[in-house]
Design a protein around this ligand. Structure first.
Ligand code: CTP
Length: 449
């Protein structure tokens, strides 16, 4: 290794040691087992050249009992931990200096996918085995949490992630990866755009094959919607969307989806509208009805308007379903796209006003050329981050209690907790907006299971 490379590796290792020391001081050590920093945080420290890592999200992989450790953390740090029994993960927010840091502890596990696009069956595993179930080599590196001294060799990197970062390529770990979990295609396009990487040659061929096979249609709408929200939250969502369109992935979900300059302008407009509304900036275009607007509309609505406009009813309904746009968001989109002038009929209420904004967006592609929309700035990330769908911090009312569920005939036990968490997710994602909708959802769910 030449001298500069060596210095750089030392620098990264010291940073990893620093971060791992910081985390170890924030939470109590596990009573048993070994914990590792893993995934994005390790990758981002190696990618320093692409900008400083945000250190807002820390993933740990843990070889012991996650439930025991998370109980200890909850008690000693006075944080509210959400434990998810199926995959044995614990999530919580913890104060770090002047801001909150999101921590995710997952049991080290191996995964078996019974069907393409389904959720995996998991079994406990070693850290190395856990890295083998991951998406890309650059995300499959780990660093021990409580390693005392500095040692460059502490990095666990069984798939050559470090070398792929040096070469700027994105490589999957085995040839069934996209078949097992087609959402990795979205993850890949986000990373390519964010890091300016390229697919590794064999991976590129498998991407094309996976898109051609349309396995993405086997993934639930709710999961697809989460992937799109993550795309909208990227620093340059328009660039990521362009890649998704040009690759043909978008067409699998939205009939006749084609990339065009008009669409690009509309999407840029969506970015700046979300920014105006969710950042609370005043503008001659938007009167001061922010609070009501936010009630009615997640920032994602603006992107979907740009994406779906022009579709005829049958294609639109199909696309809305495939994209998981259920509930109020789906209704508003359908109404605004099929009848964009509906807002002018009544005295202007918040929902009418929202339609006005939608109308503006529908026209945006024609009104503004790409040059007029130099809208993609770093600040937008902040505004987009306020999209309420993603906010795990602002817990909303779940409309139901455990007693309600038991009253509906669901036996007391862990299933009650699971259902309540699902309802909470539904509320956060806008799929459930009232107690009636929550009850309806539970009835359907218990019939299904
Ligand atoms: N992961 C995976 N396959 C998925 C989702 C996640 O293999 N479908 C693994 C990856 O190793 C990833 C880690 O889980 O690095 C954490 O996932 P997540 O927090 O979603 O992403 P990050 O890699 O941290 O990336 P980002 O910077 O986009 O948050």
């Amino acid at each position: 290794m030449d001298h500069i490379k060596e210095l750089r590796e030392d620098f990264v290792s010291r940073n990893l040691l620093g971060v791992s020391g910081l985390i170890s001081r924030m939470i109590p050590p596990p009573p048993e087992g070994k914990a590792f920093l893993v995934g994005g945080i390790v990758r981002d420290l190696f990618c320093l050249v692409y900008g400083p890592p945000d250190l807002l999200d820390v993933d740990l992989c843990f070889t012991g009992d996650v439930s025991k450790w998370s109980t200890l953390i909850a008690r000693q740090c006075s944080v509210e931990v959400t434990f998810e029994p199926r995959f044995k993960t614990a999530r919580f927010w913890i104060r770090s200096g002047s801001r909150d840091l999101h921590m995710d502890i997952a049991m080290a596990r191996s995964e078996v996918y019974e069907n393409p696009g389904s959720l995996p069956i998991v079994t406990p595993a070693t850290c190395k085995e856990d890295l083998g179930r991951r998406d890309f080599s650059i995300n499959a590196m780990a660093w021990p949490l409580e390693e005392a001294g500095y040692c460059r060799e502490s990095l666990v990197d069984p798939f050559g992630g470090r070398s792929d970062i040096r070469s700027g390529v994105l490589r999957i770990l085995h040839k069934n990866s996209f078949r097992d979990d087609p959402t990795r295609l979205f993850r890949g396009f986000r990373l390519l755009s964010r890091l300016s990487f390229q697919w590794e040659t064999e991976t590129q061929a498998l991407v094309e094959e996976a898109i051609f096979e349309k396995n993405i249609l086997l993934v639930s709408g709710a999961r697809i919607r989460k992937e799109f929200v993550r795309v909208f939250l990227e620093k340059d969502p328009v660039d990521v969307l362009k890649r998704i369109y040009v690759s043909g992935l978008m067409e699998a979900l939205v009939p006749k989806a084609r990339w065009s300059e008009v669409l690009e302008s509309s999407l840029m407009e969506a970015v700046s509208l979300s920014r105006m509304i969710f950042g609370g900036e005043t503008s001659s275009l938007l009167p001061l009805q922010w609070a009501s607007i936010k009630e009615w509309c997640h920032g994602e609505t603006f992107f979907y308007l740009a994406i779906l406009k022009g579709l005829q009813e049958e294609d639109l309904v199909r696309a809305i379903k495939a994209l998981g746009l259920v509930g109020k968001t789906g209704l508003i989109l359908k109404e605004a796209i099929l009848d964009p002038s509906a807002f002018s009929r009544r005295e202007m209420q918040p929902v009418d006003f929202l339609r006005l904004v939608c109308r503006h967006l529908l026209d945006a592609g024609l009104l503004y050329g790409p040059m007029a929309c130099e809208a993609r700035t770093d600040g937008q990330r902040h505004f987009l981050a306020m999209l309420s769908v993603r906010s795990g911090k602002n817990r909303k009312e779940a409309f139901l209690s455990g007693e309600d569920l038991i009253g509906m005939g669901i036996p007391p036990g862990k299933r009650v907790g699971e259902i309540l968490r699902d309802v909470e997710d539904g509320v956060r994602e806008g799929r459930i907006t009232s107690r009636e909708e929550a009850l309806h959802w539970v009835r359907k769910e218990s019939l299904r299971s």
